[in-house]
Design a protein around this ligand. Sequence first.
Ligand SMILES: Nc1ncnc2c1ncn2[C@@H]1O[C@H](COP(=O)(O)OP(=O)(O)OP(=O)(O)O)[C@@H](O)[C@H]1O
Length: 300
Amino acid sequence: MTNVIETRGLVKRYGDLTAVDHVDIAVPQGTFFGLLGPNGAGKTTTLELIEGIREPDEGEALIFGEKVWPRNRALLPRIGVQLQASAFFERLTVAEQLRCFAELYAVPLTRIDRMIELVGLEDKRTVRTEDLSGGQKQRLSIACSLIHDPEIVFLDEPTAALDPQARRNLWDVLRAINAEGRTVVLTTHYMDEAEILCDQIAIIDRGKILTTDTPRNLITGLGAAYRILLSEGAVSEEEANRLPGVESASLDNGTLALTTHEPSPVLTALAERDALHGLQVTSATLEDVFLTLTGREYRA
Ligand SMILES: Nc1ncnc2c1ncn2[C@@H]1O[C@H](COP(=O)(O)OP(=O)(O)OP(=O)(O)O)[C@@H](O)[C@H]1O
């Protein structure tokens, strides 16, 4: 698959601090790519280096095989950029704001309605930007970044500071953008968001990429055990300990917790005993991946 983005040994220093430390990233066309890391990890700086709005101290970033620095104007119509903080003309309505961007890019004004529909702001088209909620502002800012129909869109923490429901609603918009065939590069400090949305995740910490893979491979690569939780009384602790594949079973606070690396035979044996009451199966999470890689708990 063609890589539409590649970075080679990207470095950015601010005084003594190396904010981006030899970052190598490759993003195949059409991927939903996530740059995941705690606050201050270097996500925004990395993104800005790739977008060509900051000069690297070392290394280079390529989009569609072309260097992004010095500023490469030929790339601009092909990429959409949503910055972490968006500044709007506050007195303009949603539709006027989009019209302004459409005219700047000289694209047909029919794109305005298309974008309003894509981000679900139909009932807000005549509302002034200053009267939008945080989630609606983020939607508008995403719509502005897509007005010229770019092939790649960069989104810097688009769901930060949104409430859980607004975050989930925005996830649907982001999925739709990717489903249209666009490559999406997203930064986030939310583990769940990266796991749910992204095809590929690069975990960044202290300026360094720790690992890049699919969420599933990152998690299964740990080889961690599954936990199977059942209601007390579904089976006895002794019987649970004897089930095929069970490594340990213990009863705690009304919940029987089993650990296993092979959930299938355990679940089959439980089903045969009609003992699936209160069943929950959990595997390792990206937080466990971060802990394994850094030795530290993940604190966004
Ligand atoms: N213009 C700047 N001058 C000096 N230091 C900077 C500058 N921009 C960022 N930094 C520092 O570089 C490091 C990386 O910052 P960056 O904003 O890239 O991280 P981030 O992962 O995007 O964090 P956040 O999630 O908080 O936005 C941080 O320690 C930050 O304080």
